[in-house]
Design a protein around this ligand. Structure first.
Ligand SMILES: C[S@@+](CC[C@H](N)C(=O)[O-])C[C@H]1O[C@@H](n2cnc3c(N)ncnc32)[C@H](O)[C@@H]1O
Length: 260
């Protein structure tokens, strides 16, 4: 992956020492005892939280499914009336199984899970995956999230192109919907991009495989492929969708394979 950012792991937790060491050995990352601004990104292990610190932005991000913005969206976000829910084909009596091939900070996947969809989340960055895994572990203590886990909220750290190719070869049961939310191209005015997305962009570098991902998704989805785009952006691979659902800043392009 062409990625010029420097990354280190900082472990403040005694009980997580071995976990942090194993993570560093696996991903060939240095392990530190204190923060060091020399590294662009620092994955920090606390006893009860894993978070990611961005030295340039002086900001830390982590994922929380139970409190904060995600929980607020679950309560007040508009339920099945939200653009993303309509794009996935949710209707009364229809709750598709979704493969989210670009999980990121898992916000979209969590919204869909709270609306009743079984979701499989694929994230290729081990750094971002560590944040998702930690959030799932913390949330598992709550009854609400236990219900979501029961319904299906599976997280996998791999490249989605590899995942789909392997699943196709094994002829595994196909997901109803495949969702792709590619990194938007870097904007010149970084103030326009939320800090968490700037951090994801930094990790992502120039390695955009969404074109291939789209072609693979069309082969693997049972009912539809949904691609998230900025409202006025070109369609992926210049392919015209069957229909689009729009919200204020976002467009969901829907490529239909079969009726829901
Ligand atoms: C724009 S973010 C997704 C944001 C997500 N929808 C959310 O709600 O937080 C794109 C994410 O997809 C991941 N990604 C990009 N290409 C991928 C691939 N081929 N396989 C798996 N993950 C990929 C990136 O690492 C990044 O975290």
């Amino acid at each position: 992956m062409s990625n010029p950012v420097s990354i280190a792991v900082v472990c403040f937790s005694r009980i997580r020492q071995q976990q942090a060491k194993d993570f560093c050995a696996l991903h060939k990352l240095p392990i530190l005892k204190t923060k060091n601004q020399q590294y662009d990104l620092q994955l920090i292990f606390h006893d009860d939280l894993v978070e990611l610190f961005d030295s340039a932005l002086n900001t830390t991000i982590s994922i929380d499914f139970i409190n904060g913005a995600l929980a607020h969206r679950q309560q007040f976000g508009g339920g099945r009336g939200q653009a993303i829910a309509k794009a996935m084909g949710l209707k009364s009596g229809i709750t598709p199984a979704i493969l989210d091939t670009t999980a990121g900070l898992a916000g979209d996947a969590f919204v869909l899970a709270t609306l009743g969809c079984p979701v499989t989340l694929i994230e290729r960055s081990p750094i971002i995956f560590a944040l998702i895994e930690d959030a799932v572990e913390r949330a598992s203590l709550s009854d609400t999230f236990q219900a979501i886990l029961k319904q299906g909220f599976n997280i996998i750290n791999t490249d989605a192109n590899d995942f789909i190719t392997q699943q196709l070869a094994k002829s595994r049961a196909k997901p109803d919907v495949i969702y792709i939310d590619p990194m938007y191209p870097e904007r010149k005015k970084s103030a326009l991009v939320k800090k968490d997305m700037q951090i994801l962009q930094r990790l992502h570098g120039n390695d955009d495989t969404s074109s291939q991902l789209f072609e693979n998704a069309l082969l693997y989805a049972k009912k539809r492929v949904v691609v998230k785009r900025p409202l006025h952006a070109e369609t992926i691979n210049k392919k015209r969708p069957n229909t689009s659902i729009k919200s204020k800043k976002t467009r969901y392009d829907i490529y239909t394979i079969a009726k829901m």
